[in-house]
Design a protein around this ligand. Structure first.
Ligand SMILES: [Cu+2]
Length: 157
């Protein structure tokens, strides 16, 4: 995982995301990821949503700020807390987000999407068994770790 390309790629990705969310009309507060109330408009979300960009070379972290600009970011969650993960299709290839345990059992997943700008989301309760996440279609390049512990700091409880 490197941040070296993050600044150059991040701008375009962020613009694409904001355009897509704006077009979909579901995510009016996407630019304010620290404000749970603002970010949850239109989607039933408890706490700060996790937002990734999906492209063949990696999952690209968009929110919260701790993962912004990171490739295949570590998702730090707190067991028992409910999260909504949103991802947006960046490159028009088919992707699908899946969380699994260390034995490869699927614990949460979104639907797949292949249209550029399409978004998918899944709401799940974090479990200590959660170990990794990956893309159904690009499991070698699009994968990262899920770490159960203190979780990301949010403006919620
Ligand atoms: Cu993929």
């Amino acid at each position: 995982m490197t941040d070296r390309h993050a600044d150059r790629d991040g701008g375009a990705t962020r613009r694409a995301v904001l355009q897509a969310f704006g077009a979909a009309g579901i995510f009016a507060g996407a630019s304010d990821v620290t404000g749970a109330q603002e970010t949850t408009r239109g989607i039933s979300v408890e706490g700060t949503p996790l937002i990734l960009g999906g492209e063949v070379k990696h999952w690209f972290g968009l929110a919260p700020s701790q993962i912004h600009g990171k490739e295949n970011p570590d998702l730090r969650l707190r067991a028992g807390r409910t999260y909504t993960l949103v991802w947006i299709n960046i490159d028009g290839k088919e992707h699908e987000f899946i969380v699994e345990d260390s034995n490869g059992n699927e614990l949460a997943a979104t639907e797949s999407a292949s249209a550029p700008g399409a978004t998918r989301h899944v709401t799940f309760t974090a479990k200590k068994e959660m170990s990794r996440y990956y893309c159904e279609y690009h499991p070698k390049s699009m994968r990262g770790n899920v770490t159960l512990g203190g979780g990301f700091r949010t403006t919620g409880t």
